[in-house]
Design a protein around this ligand. Sequence first.
Ligand SMILES: [Zn+2]
Length: 257
Amino acid sequence: MKAARMHEYGKSLVLEDVPVPDIQPNDILVQVTACGMCRSDVQLVDGYFRKYADIPTPITLGHEITGVVHKIGSVVPQSSGFREGDHVVVAPGWGDGTCRHCQIGNTQICPNVRWPGFGPVGGFAEFIPVPARYLIKVDSRLKFEELAPLTDAGLTPYRGVKKLRDAGALGPNRVLGVFGVGGLGGYAVQYAKLLGVVLRLSLSTAMPTILPSPRKTGPMPLSASRASLQQMLRRSSARPRPRVTSTLSSTARAPRR
Ligand SMILES: [Zn+2]
């Protein structure tokens, strides 16, 4: 199969022929149809993550993966519902399934977590083996290229905003601060709107910012410095105090191997 692999940090990926990977009995072999290009991919090539984990090369990058079920491992239960040809997306952050973090669904902080795209297998390839429990079946009418970024850029702020909602922090007359309205922050603002924030405020030094707009239904873009926005936030009539979510730092989800 074809795979785009990094052989050396700081160098371009190499498109080459490699063997189709074997699957473990509880894996599903996915034929990749679309894979997102994340800033983390660029950071990985630049060597940004080496201070956390010096991942040995060659590395097949790509962790925003969608595809089609190609082959099902021998012990994947029928009750999983997967059939060859199913359209799927890959949830990254493959925990070992046994530790206390995995037991409550926080597989991304499992001490033995594996991240596709940060080692031998990734989505910049024609096939990838995926533990069946980290595959999500999706409607075949949805577009792969639109689904791909949801698996990382979409999923990460969704989790954060949902936690805020579950903690009672979202609702009428509340203010939400989103620091870093880039790929992830853009999703965070949309989720906040969908999940019930009436007042919204977004702060970012790098991107256009958004102010709460009680008289309007949507957020209002505004160019202002971070300091002046913080001042406005403090003056905001919204009570209780604003809740804040940050989408600026990718280090919080740096890969650990
Ligand atoms: Zn675990």
